[in-house]
Write a protein that binds this ligand. Structure first.
Ligand code: 523
Length: 150
């Protein structure tokens, strides 16, 4: 009986730890230039294809959030970014929680290109609420509007 209880408890701790790891696993980037933020159009999965997101992805083992943001922006946009802050609201996704970091283009860095998305657009505070965001990213519309306002 005691052994069964202990092993149930160990399983609960393990799954809580796994949930925490999963919850740390995804970052998104609010890349800001000239009072606009970069929105990127997803190509996958089918449920999200055509919708717009803040670019990002899974954090790899041993990476910090900021490392992951820089790497994802290189891979997806072919550009160099500098992380300069974080939005207060986390996004809820199936895998757990996605944290949104704010960033700007590195001086003299290449212009972002849609290497893994079907399109890119710079959106102003006035345009942010009207963008067809993926469901999770809708949660930061108000934060983005605040971020972009003078
Ligand atoms: N989101 C999301 N919004 C958002 C990002 C960057 C990601 O809702 N701004 C979701 C979409 C996926 C999950 O987070 O369900 C992982 O994002 P993804 O697919 O862009 O990350 P990848 O490409 O690093 O991960 P794999 O799909 O495993 O390749």
């Amino acid at each position: 009986q005691v052994r069964r209880l202990l092993s149930a408890r160990a399983a609960a701790v393990t799954s809580a730890a796994e949930a925490l790891v999963a919850a740390r696993a995804v970052v998104a980037t609010a890349l800001v230039r000239d009072r606009s933020v970069l929105a990127a159009q997803r190509t996958r999965p089918p449920a999200l294809a055509g919708l717009w997101e803040l670019p990002g992805g899974r954090v790899e083992e041993g990476e910090s959030d900021a490392d992951a943001v820089v790497r994802e922006c290189r891979e997806e946009l072919g550009t160099e970014v500098v992380v300069d802050g974080r939005l207060a609201t986390d996004l809820r996704i199936d895998a757990g929680v996605l944290r949104v970091h704010t960033a700007h283009l590195a001086d003299g860095g290449p212009e972002p290109r849609a290497l893994e998305h079907s399109g890119l657009r710079w959106v102003t505070a006035a345009e942010v609420p009207g963008v067809d965001w993926v469901p999770a990213d809708r949660a930061v519309v108000a934060d983005l509007v605040d971020l972009l306002r003078p």
